[in-house]
Design a protein around this ligand. Structure first.
Ligand code: UGA
Length: 449
C-alpha cells in the first residue's frame, strides 16, 4: 500500500521505517528541512536500535522517500499517519495545535479519499475533532475522509523491536472499511511473514498478535490508560521502597515476590529515581487534566505523579546525608538519559538531580554512553566526560542516575582508587549492597539496607 507519514520524530520515523520494511511504499514529511535533508542523505537523526538498518534497507528497496512538501506527502498515500508532537501546555493538557494544522492541510490538499490515522498520543475525543476539522476545511469537495486512532506502544530504545513484535495492535475506527484497511496495513506484522532486521531468519510466529478493533474514543483511552497504569506501578514500588527503608525490609525481595503473582506481574516494579522521558510525565498530566474537565477526579494518578516528583527529593536527601556538606564537593554523575539505551534526556530524573546539585554548589562531572551531546546543550556548568572512570576521578561521591549496562559492569575497584572518597548513592539499585561493602564503599540505594 502507499502510506504517508507526517512528522519524522521518534514515532513517525520508526512507524515509517517499519511499515516500509513490512512491504509498503512510504513517504515521510517533516517541517524540519534539516532533518529531511539528513534523511535524504542516508543519515538517521535519532539514536534507536536497528533503525539505521531498517531505514537503509527501505532506502535500498526504494520503499521510503522523504519530502518537505507536505502537499506531496498528503497526495501520495491512501492512508496518512499523523505523527506530530503533542507537547504539554502550561496546565498539563496536550497542545493539539500541530494536529489541527495537519488536519487542515490534509483537507485542503487531498485529491483522493484518505484514511487519516492518528498515531500521536492524544486525549480521548481528538478523533472526533479530527473528523470535524477534515469536513470543515475540505470546503464541500467530494473527497471522503475516514479517521482511525492507532496508538503506539513503542518503548524508546526498543521501538523497532516493539513495532515488529507488538502484544496488541489497537485500531479505533469510524467504519468497517477503515478497520479493513488498517488490518491490511498491519497484515505482514500480524502474520509475521517477513524477515525483519531484528530477526534476520524470520520472526517467531508465537505468541499471536491481538488485533483489536474499537471505537476511536476507546482507542485513545487505551493509550493513556496503559501508560498511566505503568506509571502507577512504578510509583507504587517506590512507596514500598520508602516503607522498606523505615521498616528494614528489602524492596527487591518484596517486589520480586509480589510480581510472581501473575495478576501483578514482575515488570515496572523497579524502585529508584522514578520515571521520566517524554511519554509518561506528559501523558499522565494530560490524562489527569482530561479527567478533571469531565468531572472525574483521578486522585490515584495525581498521587503517582506526586510520588514520582518526590523521588528527586528522596535522592537528594540521601546525597546530603552522606556528603554532609554538598557545597564545593566534586561529584560524579553516571547517566544523563531518562533510561538506558536511549540518548533522550527529556524529563530525565538525572537532569533534575544535576540541577539540584548545581543549585547546592556542587562541582558536577557527568558521563553517559549516548546522551552527552544533548546534555551539553542544556547544562553549560557541568563537566562532561566520555569515559566514566574520568568522570569519577577525584570525586567525593558517585551518583548513579541511569541503569546503563556499562555502569552496571563498571570496575569499581579501579574507579574507587581514583575517587577522593569511596561513596556511591545509587538511584537505580544497580549493585549488590553486600558486594559494594566488600569493595569498601559506603553505599546507599533505594529500599535496601
Ligand atoms: C513508554 C511505554 O512503556 C510505551 O509502551 C509507550 O509507547 C511510550 O511510553 C509512549 O507513550 O510513547 P518509554 O517512555 O520509552 O515508553 O519508557 P519506559 O521503558 O516505559 O520507561 C519509562 C520510565 O520509567 C523510565 O524513566 C524508566 O527508567 C522508568 N521505570 C521503568 C522505572 O523507574 N521503574 C520501572 O520498573 C520501569
Amino acid at each position: 500500500m502507499r502510506l504517508s507519514v507526517i512528522g519524522c520524530g521518534y514515532v513517525g520515523l520508526v512507524t515509517g521505517a517499519c511499515l516500509a520494511e513490512a512491504g509498503h511504499e512510504v513517504m515521510c514529511t517533516d517541517i524540519d528541512a534539516e532533518r529531511i535533508a539528513k534523511l535524504n542523505a542516508g543519515g538517521v537523526p535519532i539514536y534507536e536500535e536497528h533503525l539505521d538498518e531498517v531505514l537503509a534497507t527501505a532506502r535500498k528497496n526504494g520503499r521510503i522517500s522523504y519530502t518537505t512538501d507536505t502537499a506531496e506527502a498528503i497526495q501520495f498515500g491512501d492512508a496518512i499517519f499523523i505523527c506530530v508532537g503533542t507537547p504539554p501546555r502550561e496546565d498539563g493538557s496536550a497542545d493539539l495545535s500541530a494536529i489541527d494544522h495537519v488536519a487542515q492541510q490534509i483537507a485542503a490538499e487531498a485529491k483522493s479519499p484518505k484514511l487519516v490515522v492518528e498515531k500521536s498520543t492524544v486525549p480521548a475525543r481528538t478523533g472526533l475533532e479530527l473528523q470535524r476539522t477534515l469536513a470543515a476545511y475540505s470546503k464541500g469537495s467530494s473527497i471522503t475522509f475516514s479517521v482511525a486512532s492507532n496508538p503506539e506502544f513503542l518503548r524508546e530504545g526498543t521501538a523497532v523491536y516493539d513495532f515488529f513484535h507488538p502484544d496488541r495492535i489497537v485500531v479505533g475506527v469510524d467504519s468497517d472499511a477503515a478497520a479493513e484497511m488498517m488490518r491490511e496495513i498491519y497484515k505482514p506484522i500480524l502474520e509475521r511473514k517477513f524477515k525483519c532486521q531484528v530477526h534476520k531468519n524470520g520472526c517467531p510466529t508465537e505468541p499471536k498478535v491481538e488485533f483489536l478493533v474499537t471505537t476511536i474514543n476507546s482507542a485513545e483511552l487505551i493509550k493513556h490508560a496503559s501508560n498511566s497504569f505503568l506509571a502507577l506501578k512504578i510509583s507504587y514500588a517506590n512507596v514500598i521502597a520508602d516503607l522498606c527503608e523505615k521498616l528494614e525490609g528489602d524492596v527487591e525481595q518484596v517486589t520480586h515476590a509480589m510480581g510472581l503473582d501473575p495478576r501483578i506481574g514482575t515488570q515496572f516494579l523497579k524502585a529508584g529515581l522514578g520515571f521520566g522521558g517524554f511519554c509518561f510525565p506528559k501523558d499522565i498530566q494530560a490524562f489527569i487534566q482530561l479527567s478533571s474537565t469531565v468531572g472525574v477526579d483521578f486522585e490515584i494518578l495525581k498521587a503517582a505523579e506526586r510520588v514520582n516528583k518526590e523521588r528527586i527529593d528522596r535522592f537528594m536527601e540521601k546525597v546530603s546525608k552522606a556528603l554532609w556538606v554538598v557545597k564545593g564537593k566534586r561529584v560524579g554523575v553516571l547517566g544523563l538519559a531518562f533510561k538506558a539505551n536511549t540518548d533522550d534526556i527529556r524529563f530525565s530524573p538525572a537532569i533534575y538531580v544535576i540541577r539540584r546539585l548545581l543549585e547546592e554548589g556542587a562541582e558536577v562531572h557527568a558521563t553517559d554512553p549516548e546522551a552527552l551531546g544533548h546534555a551539553q546543550k542544556i547544562l553549560p556548568n557541568v563537566h562532561f566526560h566520555e569515559d566514566p572512570y574520568e568522570a569519577l576521578r577525584d570525586t567525593h561521591a558517585a551518583l548513579v542516575c541511569t541503569e546503563w549496562a556499562a555502569f552496571k559492569n563498571l570496575d569499581w575497584e579501579r574507579a574507587g582508587k581514583s575517587m577522593a572518597r569511596k561513596l556511591i548513592v545509587d538511584g537505580r539499585n544497580l549493585y549488590s549492597p553486600k558486594r559494594m561493602a566488600e569493595l569498601g564503599f559506603e553505599y546507599h540505594s533505594f529500599g535496601r539496607s
